[in-house]
Design a protein around this ligand. Structure first.
Ligand code: PMP
Length: 326
């Protein structure tokens, strides 16, 4: 779907996958007006196809657009585009457990010109790709490197938007994590380098206590972390399962001390790609520690199974999150 100043959204088309032609003075290449989303279409056990909360992706996409001075695509157009593509590509929606058709909506400036200002032409597209189970060999906890040198986002910056530049800014820290032998980076706040924000492409959750008395804590939306849709869904699911939940600041010191004295029992990350993945070991400039025994904790496992069951139609959708396509 194209957007042109003075005309608005026009020319929705469903076309075969193929290359785009790009002018060397395309404004996105120079000034970075590029935003995206990620969501999945699932095949249910009885053969239906459904997507998970596409309206939430549409709203986050609008917020990202607003932050980057781009035009906001109406929610109905976003959702209708998702529906049209999944209907067209329904044969590509896998039917194995935990597999899905991954959808990548994105928008970028198509205007040609040099000069820093919002462009006056944009293209919104969605591409689709079948995605296998994230953990084909069983769930394996990730190891993380807490980045104290680099930050992903600062107050007033673009951290709460899903824009390409945030990911470019994260690559050097991700490389540093790999050098330290870790799978992922954990980001801290930019000001005090003390408060935990998120992990790579996922939000973080901390479980204090055990069983019915467990408290499930996630960093509050600081304005510089991405408001994940999985994060938001888990706040409701955890409450459905009877756990108390809290959105608040949590520091690296609290993480380390909680593991040391046994009050912090489980840590996991959540996002569209992996759903939920346990965090097993932590490295940082100020010390290393491990959580759990290399297997997902009971609450992590229960939340993961509950969310997956909902997404694949094995659990009743009491929140009205599933959006039927076929
Ligand atoms: N944080 C970042 C930086 C991400 O890229 C993602 C993936 N979109 C998330 C968190 C998790 O968000 P969601 O649950 O909406 O996939």
């Amino acid at each position: 779907i194209r957007w042109t100043e003075g005309r608005g959204w026009h020319d929705a088309q469903l076309v075969p996958y193929g290359p785009l032609e790009l002018d060397p003075a395309n404004m996105t290449i120079h000034y970075g007006q590029s935003i995206f989303e990620g969501l999945k279409a699932y095949r249910t056990a009885d053969g239906r196809i459904q997507t998970f909360r596409p309206e939430a992706n549409a709203r986050r996409f609008q917020a990202s657009a607003a932050r980057l001075a781009m035009p906001e695509l109406p929610e109905e157009l976003f959702v209708a585009a998702v529906e049209a593509l999944v209907q067209q590509d329904q044969a590509w929606v896998p039917d194995q457990d935990e597999a899905s058709l991954y959808l990548r909506p994105f928008m970028f400036a198509t205007e040609v010109g040099l000069g820093v200002r919002p462009a006056n032409e944009y293209l919104f597209m969605i591409i689709a790709s079948p995605a296998g189970a994230y953990f084909p060999g069983g769930i394996k906890p990730v190891s993380v490197w807490i980045s104290e040198e680099y930050v992903r986002a600062a107050p007033g910056g673009t951290g709460a938007a899903k824009c390409a530049g945030n990911y470019a800014a994260s690559l050097v820290a991700q490389a540093q994590a790999a050098e330290k032998g870790c799978d992922q980076v954990v980001w801290l706040d930019a000001v005090e380098r003390r408060w935990i924000e998120e992990m790579g492409g996922m939000n973080l959750y901390f479980v204090f206590g055990e069983g019915e008395n467990a408290r499930i804590v996630t960093p509050e939306l600081s304005g510089s972390l991405l408001p994940g849709i999985t994060r938001d869904s888990l706040l409701s699911i955890a409450a459905d399962l009877g756990y108390s939940t809290e959105e608040r600041k949590i520091s690296t010191d609290e993480w380390r001390a909680g593991v040391a004295d046994g009050t912090l029992t489980e840590v996991f990350a959540c996002g569209t790609a992996a759903v939920i993945t346990p965090v097993g070991s932590v490295k940082s400039a100020s010390g290393d520690w491990t959580i759990g025994d290399g297997t997902p904790g009971p609450i992590t496992a229960k939340l993961r199974e509950t969310l997956l069951a909902l997404q694949t139609g094995r659990r009743e959708d009491t929140h009205g999150w599933m959006h039927p396509i076929v």
